[in-house]
Design a protein around this ligand. Structure first.
Ligand code: ATP
Length: 235
């Protein structure tokens, strides 16, 4: 399988705090990769550093054969590296449909019709303002906007955090459908049940370093790693 994204020796600071200390990971075409770790480990900082929202002090970032380290986020987005941030970044005073239309990029294989088929809740709410949506609907809108922008790789930062189980299931299915449509995904996810359903491989970050890396089957059976790095006891 060819490699969509390869990150090596990523180092990022907030002021003098050395947060990412040599992160390395890769995402291959066709797969979903989960990034796990305790609160404050550096997961969001990793996504932001990869897409150019934060500027790493050091590190190599290759995306679809191009060296994109140091590129601003808008340039990385033009290449198709898109982050759906934790705060979702939608326009609260625009309608759902307006939020979608302004994200439609020329040449994108995703149409508004595709989006409404995949996210029926957004079609129902298309005349409502973004700010009137529930948390789950806002998350769907945020993912839908990224799709219209023609991603070649999608990074999702805790997309189901705080959402009701029925909505979590919907988003899990939507994420799997995006994978089916050929878009690899790098996802920060604390919910291990969700990870088990979607991730092909898992990385765990601890204090700004990759402490553990395993495919889904190995990780599912590795009670010791889950306890040690995530504090999750086996049943
Ligand atoms: N803007 C900022 N300025 C200074 N320090 C920050 C900033 N954002 C995050 N940090 C610090 O960087 C570290 C990593 O934060 P990050 O948000 O990447 O963690 P995380 O693994 O995503 O955890 P969480 O699930 O809590 O968001 C934490 O110690 C955090 O306090």
């Amino acid at each position: 399988m060819s490699i969509a994204l390869q990150v090596e020796n990523l180092n990022t600071f907030y002021g003098k705090s050395h947060i990412l200390q040599g992160i390395g990971l890769e995402v291959r075409e066709g797969e979903i990769v989960a990034l796990l770790g305790r609160n404050g480990a550096g997961k969001s900082t990793t996504l932001k550093s990869v897409c150019g929202a934060l500027r790493p002090a050091q590190g190599a970032i290759r995306f679809r054969g191009k060296d994109i380290a140091g590129w601003p986020a808008f340039r990385a987005a033009q290449e198709g590296l898109l982050l759906v941030p934790e705060d979702r970044g939608i326009f609260g005073l625009l309608t759902v449909e307006e939020n979608l239309r302004i994200s439609q990029r020329k040449g994108s294989p995703w149409s508004l019709k595709d989006i409404y088929r995949m996210f029926p809740r957004l079609e129902e709410r298309r005349r409502n303002n973004g700010g009137q949506l529930s948390g789950g609907e806002q998350q769907m809108l945020s993912i839908a906007r990224a799709l219209l922008n023609h991603p070649r790789l999608l990074m999702l930062d805790e997309p189901v955090e705080g959402l009701a189980p029925v909505i979590v299931d919907e988003i899990v299915n939507q994420v799997l459908e995006i994978k089916q449509r050929g878009i690899p995904i790098l996802i920060v996810e604390q919910n291990l049940a969700v990870c088990a359903k979607i991730a092909d491989r898992n990385y765990i970050i601890e204090l700004g370093k990759i402490a553990y890396h395993a495919d889904a089957v190995t990780f599912a059976n590795d009670d010791e790693a889950r306890d040690r790095y995530l504090g999750v006891k086996a049943d």
